[in-house]
Design a protein around this ligand. Structure first.
Ligand code: PLP
Length: 455
């Protein structure tokens, strides 16, 4: 049952177009639809639109809802903390019990020996904090020139000026230059569309060797850090080839370059392990988190700082950086409860098991325009192609993934198209096999309809 009349819905859509500037949304598209798609409620993996329609959220919001929507335990945790201490600062030597408990909890979970935890309000702030830590680390070693940061193409690290300078996806730099200086990009790994034109049996990890070449080009005395998402998220849900991170780590060690892992999407169970780097047995010097730390119930981010990076900062005596909301008590209360649920309900293991079922059922659709079905746990991408054998894309002018998403919405799926005709499938980690059957049925029908139209 819809809670709004048609007239109210129309008025709301008009007001949205009139007053609200949406992040990263096509204004032209929204105007052509007569306004945005408005969601009123959510429970588990399902949303309810203001028209009263039930929709499966295939993306867990923006890859962030690990425990599912509408958990009263989290609402209770927030309410209790708001009543007890709604806010106090953590600047100037102040603290509070929950920020101490959250720092201790996160420090004990992440794959890093003896870390310190810094809190932020989200992923972009976590990334900016990480770059500043890396630059300060070398500055305090008497090497201020060692400040260049290497990221990868197809990376998404956020949109604040530091983070967007590390990001490398079409559109995010247009009109915003000059970006922060001394950020560089090497080619990302992607076996299906290998930038070196190699098949897997011919691969010499050219994508990892590209880091060594870039460090030599820039001079190792100038390179502070290399940063990467363990599994590329917004760039396409791309899993690197075996041995990639081990080789990256060797290169970082060889040239004394810090390794910074952006676990903003991959943290807190999404990949089938608690953190993405656990798949590769490689420890980062600095690690960024956000999203799954609170499942998006409240904004929060965090940065794990290794002993190596923290030691000179401790000697220096101060880290002159912080956000008003660093260690917000209500966010800490929600984070602690959210992590408790992720652990209690073994959601990383569910992501591993259901993720395999999801990929396997999508492959079983056997549609000619489905190319690579890739992913790990519940970070997945479906590559739509004109020709799988020749790996020919549809191309942006056709907008095939966008058309699939529009049809999917009509069929009851909120499905996000990724760059290059990928589709994002990263539902909340509470999804069951029965949900997967429904999701894949609707997905298959949507892709087939779009393909029939294309033919
Ligand atoms: N890093 C990664 C890997 C992300 O996927 C994102 C957001 O999608 C960010 C950083 C930026 O996070 P936020 O939007 O919270 O600033």
């Amino acid at each position: 049952m819809a809670s709004y009349t048609d007239t109210q819905i129309e008025a709301m859509k008009k007001d949205d177009l009139r007053y609200f500037l949406h992040p990263t949304s096509s204004i032209v598209d929204m105007e052509s639809w007569g306004g945005p798609k408005i969601i009123e409620e959510g429970c588990g993996i399902r949303l309810k639109s203001i028209e009263g329609k039930t929709i499966i959220d295939c993306g867990a919001g923006l890859w962030l809802n690990n425990v599912g929507l509408g958990r009263t335990e989290l609402a209770e945790a927030a309410k209790q903390q708001m009543e007890k201490l709604s806010y106090f600062q953590t600047f100037n030597g102040y603290s509070h019990p929950l920020v101490i408990e959250t720092a201790k909890k996160v420090a004990g979970m992440i794959p890093m020996d003896n870390p310190r935890i810094f809190f932020t309000s989200g992923g972009s702030e976590s990334n900016d904090t990480a770059y500043k830590l890396a630059r300060m680390y070398w500055y305090l070693q008497g090497k201020p020139n060692k400040h260049h940061i290497i990221a990868r193409t197809k990376a998404y690290h956020g949109v604040s000026y530091g983070a967007v300078s590390a990001t490398s996806l079409p559109g995010f730099w247009d009109g915003f230059r000059p970006l922060v200086p001394a950020f560089h990009h090497i080619e990302h790994p992607h076996c299906y569309f290998c930038p070196w034109g190699k098949e897997q049996d011919q691969c010499n990890l050219e994508c990892a060797e590209a880091l060594e070449e870039k460090i030599i080009e820039l001079g190792k005395e100038n390179v502070a850090a290399f940063t990467a998402e363990p599994i590329i998220g917004t760039g396409g849900a791309i899993v690197p080839p075996d041995g990639y991170y081990q080789r990256i780590h060797e290169i970082c060690d060889k040239y004394d370059v810090l390794f910074i892992a952006d676990e903003v999407i991959t943290g807190f169970g999404r990949t089938g392990k608690m953190f993405g780097m656990l798949h590769y047995g490689v420890q980062a010097d600095i690690m960024m988190m956000a999203k799954g730390i609170t499942s998006g119930y409240i904004p929060m981010g965090a940065v794990g700082i290794s002993e190596r990076v923290f030691t000179p900062i401790k000697s220096h005596g101060i880290f002159m950086h912080g956000y008003t909301y660093s260690g917000h008590p209500v966010a800490c209360a929600v984070a602690l409860k959210n992590i408790e649920i992720v652990e209690r309900e073994n959601l990383a293991e569910n992501a591993r098991v259901v993720g395999e079922q999801l990929r396997s059922r999508i492959r079983d659709l056997s549609l000619p325009c489905i190319g690579e079905v890739r992913g790990i746990g519940l970070i997945n991408g479906v590559q739509l192609v004109q020709d799988d054998a020749a790996r020919i894309k549809f191309g942006p002018e056709i907008g095939f993934a966008k058309r699939v998403s529009a049809i999917a919405w009509e069929n009851g799926l909120a499905l996000r198209p990724l760059m290059d005709d990928g589709l994002q499938l990263s539902p909340a980690l509470v999804i069951t096999e029965t949900d997967v059957i429904e999701l894949v049925d609707k997905l298959g029908r949507s892709i087939k309809q779009a393909y029939d139209e294309f033919l």
